[in-house]
Write a protein that binds this ligand. Structure first.
Ligand code: GTP
Length: 539
């Protein structure tokens, strides 16, 4: 509390005014004191001279006629002056009259610094009849202490008056400052302490300060308060809106069927909703399974990291499908949509697209399947050949044999027994192929009675020839097209080969086709191996 008072503007301004006033007052008082002491001492000496002048004629007569009584009167007259301690009249070295007064002991003080050094006055007295003839000398000893005491008492009075005036002016100044400045400021400050702007309260103008600087200050503070209150109202309104938005988002986040998540730039989950936990088969609980997504898409992490990098660096919304396995026979396709939010945080959505993927797969399968035999069709072959060509070019492929098969005299079956009989033959032949080949081999019907086999991973021509022979043998057996009708067909096979190096699918097929054409030319129902030129740059 004492500290508060000491720091208050009222206390400090009053102290400053009083301090400055006293300093100036004391300065002027000291100057006035010195001046008055000096003046008074000069005045005293002048008075002594005046007194001597008034008695000079009497002294002149007393000396001239050598009248001791008259000289004593002059001496006593001069001696009545309190500032003279000793008077004597000397006539030609002889004292005619003398007065010596007892002097009190001298007490030195700091004030005596201003004392003038006037010891004595000697005055030559002229003859009453001839002013140029000196008849005697009057010697006066000055009582310096008396002169000084007399002078300082007057100066002290003046100084006291001056100090009193200073005190009065200082107090008046303090009072005026208190009434006009510090008290109004204090009342504004006290009001500000208890002001409740949210209740619409404003500062009041101090009494008689409406139009001056303090009035302006109050107006400005009120304007700031009003602006502040309206800003606070706006902010409160925004906060409410924000809270509502958050609630809505939280409801969507909790109840959405879509998985919603946040992840960091390393692919670690920061937060996710229930839908995502269900999709990834995560245990429900407080702990965030941060590595769950990376674990579930095992083997495709690089794709996710590339996606994260692009989302951040290109500020794009990216979408990709990922394949996950949740235990045995529980496979899912998830579509992940990702975009960078801020500070390396990414937001994303995950949808289960397993059904769509399955339909796509079905459609794809349908597109590459021969409807009659269930084998691959030409499109299927083209895609498979393109895939193998890419693998071989990348160095990740394998050698294989291509067998191009064309049934012999198939047209006759169609023409003799009808198209459906031809279909039975085609399906029968397809079954032979499926029976004869490994699961890893590829079988396609290009159309009509033309088939292609890809014996993958096979590097041994004798084995390819053995398979060709087996097919020819099995296909040559009679086929029942109805309980009482049988047909027999033959097969012509052209064989081409590629090692695990880059190859041209068209060339490989053309080589087999040429070999097969040779077989047709030379009696059919046999196989022919296309010549293999490992150094042929055209391969
Ligand atoms: N049944 C049936 N016949 C088809 C189908 N697609 C094409 N064909 C017929 O299959 C026949 C194939 O003709 P070719 O291979 O030229 O006749 P081919 O008698 O085998 O002659 P070579 O090969 O020289 O022995 C044509 O008659 C086509 O109409 C089909 O899906 N089903």
């Amino acid at each position: 509390m004492r500290e508060l008072i000491r720091n208050s503007i009222v206390f400090r301004s009053a102290s400053a005014v009083l301090g400055v006033s006293f300093f100036i007052g004391i300065l002027f008082s000291v100057a006035s004191y010195i001046y008055f002491v000096d003046e008074e001492q000069d005045q005293t000496v002048n008075t002594v001279y005046d007194l001597l002048a008034s008695l000079e004629n009497t002294a002149s007569i007393a000396c001239y006629i050598n009248d001791q009584n008259l000289a004593n009167e002059v001496v006593n007259g001069l001696g009545r002056n309190a500032d003279i301690s000793q008077v004597s009249i000397n006539v030609k070295g002889t004292i005619l009259a003398e007065l010596v007064k007892p002097t009190p002991p001298h007490h030195p003080s700091i004030a005596t610094l201003f004392r003038k050094n006037i010891n004595h006055i000697d005055r030559d007295i002229s003859s009453p009849f001839n002013s140029s003839e000196k008849v005697c000398t009057v010697h006066m000893q000055i009582n310096q202490d008396a002169v000084f005491e007399h002078s300082t008492s007057k100066a002290r009075f003046v100084v006291a008056l001056l100090l009193f005036q200073t005190v009065l002016i200082a107090l008046a100044l303090v009072y005026i400052m208190y009434r006009m400045v510090t008290n109004p400021i204090k009342s504004i400050s006290d009001r500000l302490h208890t002001l409740l702007p949210q209740n619409g309260e404003l500062l009041q103008h101090p009494h008689r300060h409406t139009g001056d600087e303090l009035g302006q200050l109050v107006n400005d503070v009120n304007n700031i308060i009003s602006d502040l209150v309206s800003s606070l109202d706006e902010e409160r309104h925004l906060r409410v809106q924000h809270a509502l938005g958050e609630k809505k988002f939280q409801a969507i986040f909790d109840n959405a069927e879509t998985g919603i998540f946040q992840m960091n730039e390393h692919g670690e989950l920061i937060s996710y909703n229930q839908a995502l936990a269900r999709m990834l088969d995560l245990p429900t609980g407080q702990t965030i399974a941060s590595h769950a997504l990376l674990e579930r898409i095992s083997g495709q992490e690089l794709r996710l990291h590339l996606m994260i990098h692009s989302a951040i660096s290109e500020a794009q919304i990216l979408s990709e499908d990922f394949y996950i396995e949740l235990g045995q026979n529980k496979k899912k396709w998830l579509n992940i949509v990702l975009h960078a939010a801020e500070n390396g945080v990414l937001q994303g959505l995950i949808n289960d697209v397993t059904e769509r993927k399955q339909q796509e797969e079905k459609a794809h399968q349908l597109a590459v399947t021969d409807h009659l035999t269930g084998l691959n069709n030409r499109l299927g072959l083209d895609r498979e050949m393109a895939r193998l060509a890419k693998e071989n070019a990348n160095g990740t492929g394998c050698p294989f044999f291509l067998l191009l098969i064309d049934l012999d005299k198939f047209k006759t079956v169609n023409d003799t027994y009808g198209h459906s009989a031809g279909d039975i033959v085609l399906v029968h032949f397809a079954k032979i192929l499926l029976r004869t080949l490994r699961k890893t081999d590829f079988i396609a019907r290009l159309g009509g009675d033309e088939f292609v086999l890809l014996l993958r991973g096979l590097d041994d021509l004798s084995k390819a020839e053995e398979i060709a022979r087996k097919i020819i043998s099995q296909a040559s057996r009679r086929i029942d097209i109805s309980p009482d009708t049988q047909v027999q067909i033959g097969t012509s096979i052209g064989i081409s080969y590629t090692p695990a190096t880059a190859f041209s699918p068209e060339d490989l097929l053309a080589q087999a086709d040429a070999a097969m054409y040779e077989v047709k030319q030379h009696g059919r129902n046999a196989y022919q191996v296309a010549p293999y030129f490992p150094d042929d740059p055209a391969r």
